[in-house]
Design a protein around this ligand. Structure first.
Ligand code: CA
Length: 260
């Protein structure tokens, strides 16, 4: 569940962070496991996507390292299934090198992506960095947020949103990005700042922010050329332009004492 993962594992006295490694190539699985264990993590590993999901459900880890080409259940499907129930950091380690594959993985909710062959020391560094950056839970906002006279309504807790007749669910990264932008309407955020605010990964370039923004715009039915929500500021970054609506409680107080 969304609220359960947020204790920074490195700070806990309860034990070392636990990592689920999903990799079907035995040699690579052994190397990843070895390096992570040497780095002080507790590792559970499997070569099968379906077994991984069962292991995840039985005892959710602090972070998941996942291959994409897997027997049983493809890595992409595994990421989607995990994101249905958890914000746990997910690092993809895949031989798929195409931009579309990376974009797809981020769209599904991955936090970071390394391409094979990779240096296991680098993977360990990325895992450490992500766990260090895992944020405590955002202040709980029970009210859905509404923008542009109800055009966009977002529930920050469930990440469920509606845009007119469309509805869907934001990934944790998209949600952090949206909430960061919308909390300061009109303020220009450069990509570096958005990257540190919104992603937990050590993503290699700030271009990752552009990918998340593009995915967000697509979900929100926003148009980069004529934006109603997120405006691109050339050579600077992005800013939120949708006006915030008053909290829905205002409606109740306005109704108070009125006979309908
Ligand atoms: Ca594989």
């Amino acid at each position: 569940m969304a609220g359960e993962r947020h204790q920074p594992p490195l700070a806990g006295v309860a034990g070392r962070p636990r990592i689920l490694v999903v990799e079907d190539e035995p040699r690579i699985r052994e190397i990843i496991t070895l390096y992570l264990e040497r780095a002080g993590f507790v590792v559970q590993s499997t070569g099968d996507g379906r077994t991984a999901l069962e292991a995840f459900d039985a005892d959710p880890p602090d972070l998941v390292v996942v291959d994409l080409l897997l027997p049983g259940l493809a890595g992409e499907a595994l990421i989607s299934a995990i994101r249905e129930v958890s914000d746990v950091p997910i690092v993809v380690a895949s031989a798929k090198r195409a931009d579309e594959d990376r974009i797809d993985a981020f769209r599904l909710g991955a936090d970071d992506y390394v391409t094979k062959p990779f240096n296991p020391v680098e993977l360990v560094a990325r895992v450490r960095a992500i766990l260090r950056r895992v944020q405590p839970p955002e202040p709980r906002i029970d009210q859905p947020l509404s923008f542009a006279h109800g055009r966009l309504v977002v529930d920050p807790t469930t990440r469920h949103f509606t845009v007119g007749p469309r509805e869907g669910r934001l990934t944790p990264t998209e949600s952090r990005l949206l909430l960061a932008l919308a909390a300061a309407p009109g303020v220009v955020f450069d990509r570096e700042r958005l990257l540190s605010l919104a992603t937990r990964g050590v993503s290699e370039t700030t271009r990752t922010v552009d990918v998340h923004i593009a995915n967000l715009r697509h979900k929100l039915d926003d148009d980069a050329a004529r934006p109603w929500a997120i405006e691109t500021v050339p050579d600077a970054g992005y800013r939120w332009v949708a006006p915030a609506d008053p909290p829905t409680t205002a409606t109740h107080s306005a109704d108070h004492g009125r006979v309908s």
